[in-house]
Design a protein around this ligand. Structure first.
Ligand code: FAQ
Length: 334
């Protein structure tokens, strides 16, 4: 497939030339920047993926956020607080990246809270125990790293650059989760059971984070041709399994898959099939916590209206004052 197959065909000499220049940049692994011409399909795919990614970071603050006040020590509270704050930051970089493509953040938020745009299925599962915080760090941030490190080489410059910092922070997040679980595994029998229970509940949903199997992934072909995605959903899922199995052994937990075993011929692990009907149900809004997550996001948006109004009024005031505002070189207050 060429990069033009799924893009609207360029008509006319000038547009044809632009299309050729775009194709050549993609072929040579050059970055596409906001000022560059790009096919409509490329722009739309990026806005869709980046917006869903940003929404996931923001909704993703909720499952762990509820543990900030209940974390068992000041140290754990401070760590969790910093992690959840990082997720907010990731959301903001990503909304900014989407804005470079002409998308309005207000419009994207509106689409999220009215259910017209998706966020990751993984954040629709509950976090009943503190071990869930550790397992989210280990599995969910681990899966995010597998999926997002290749996105640092994504063809769209602002997205790729945002991913560099995000991935560094996700690495910290993954390690804090693993360290938390290690500590619990060195604790009491009840704590070890709590970790195993959380592992049992999060394993399959974490595999589903990578998206549907390749045969049912309508967006992959175009995204790979455009080098937005560098690997297929199944390839990244498989890498995650290979990375996680030795970590589980070291931790002393069992991954809940009787089909999981090393395949020496393939040099990879074989593993069972996730329940794809569950993924579809959760994506369509029927997961254990979809309604709760959306209600919480809507309330936060409504409660934040006065902040947005105050910030807009402040910006208008500053603009009306012109460049010589209250903090001029002379230090005079207007
Ligand atoms: N959940 O054709 P494909 C994080 C949708 S951030 C919901 O394969 P594509 C950090 C898909 O959008 C986690 N929907 O699609 C954190 C498409 O729908 P559409 C988020 C899903 O785009 C950690 C349809 O199904 N990460 O964890 C899911 O080529 C801890 C068909 O699928 C990203 O967003 C799903 N799991 O591949 C925060 C990474 N899977 O739009 C807090 C960037 C698929 O056609 C705490 N995104 N869908 O209506 C990607 O890499 C890709 O978009 C995929 C999906 C791989 C997610």
């Amino acid at each position: 497939m060429t990069t033009t197959d799924s893009a609207p065909s360029a008509t006319g000499g000038a547009e044809q030339e632009l299309q050729e220049r775009f194709d050549s940049s993609i072929a040579k692994d050059r970055r596409i920047e906001p000022r560059d011409w790009m096919p409509d399909g490329y722009r739309k795919t990026l806005v869709r993926q980046i917006a869903q990614h940003a929404h996931s970071e923001i909704i993703g603050m909720q499952p762990e956020g509820v543990w900030i006040t209940r974390a068992p020590s000041l140290r754990r509270k401070a760590i969790l607080f910093a992690k959840v704050q990082d997720e907010a930051g990731h959301g903001l970089y990503l909304y900014s990246a989407a804005e470079t493509l002409g998308a309005e953040r207000t419009e994207l938020t509106e689409r999220l809270i009215t259910g017209r745009q998706k966020y990751s299925s993984i954040f629709n599962y509950p976090t009943p125990t503190f071990a869930d915080v550790g397992v989210i760090g280990w599995f969910v941030d681990g899966a995010a790293i597998c999926n997002q490190v290749p996105l640092c080489r994504s063809s769209y410059g602002p997205y790729a650059r945002a991913m560099v910092r995000i991935c560094k922070e996700e690495s910290f997040h993954q390690r804090q989760g693993y360290e938390l679980l290690m500590t619990m595994m060195r604790g009491t029998e009840a704590q070890r059971e709590m970790v195993q229970d959380a592992v049992n509940r999060w394993w399959w949903p974490s595999l589903m984070m990578f998206g549907p199997p390749d045969g049912d992934s309508p967006n992959s072909a175009a995204s790979m041709a455009w080098k937005i995605k560098r690997h297929t959903n199944d390839e990244l899922r498989s890498r995650f399994v290979d990375m996680t199995v030795p970590q589980a052994e070291r931790l002393g937990v069992t991954l809940p898959d009787p089909e999981l075993r090393w395949n020496p011929e393939r040099g990879r692990h074989d593993f069972g099939t996730p329940d794809w009907s569950e993924l579809q149900r959760v994506i369509k809004g029927d997961g254990p916590c979809n309604a709760e997550r959306m209600a919480c996001r809507r309330t936060a948006h409504e409660d934040g209206a006065w902040v947005r109004e105050a910030a807009t009024a402040h910006a208008a005031k500053q603009a009306a004052r012109g460049p010589r505002g209250p903090h001029t070189e002379e230090g005079t207050a207007a």
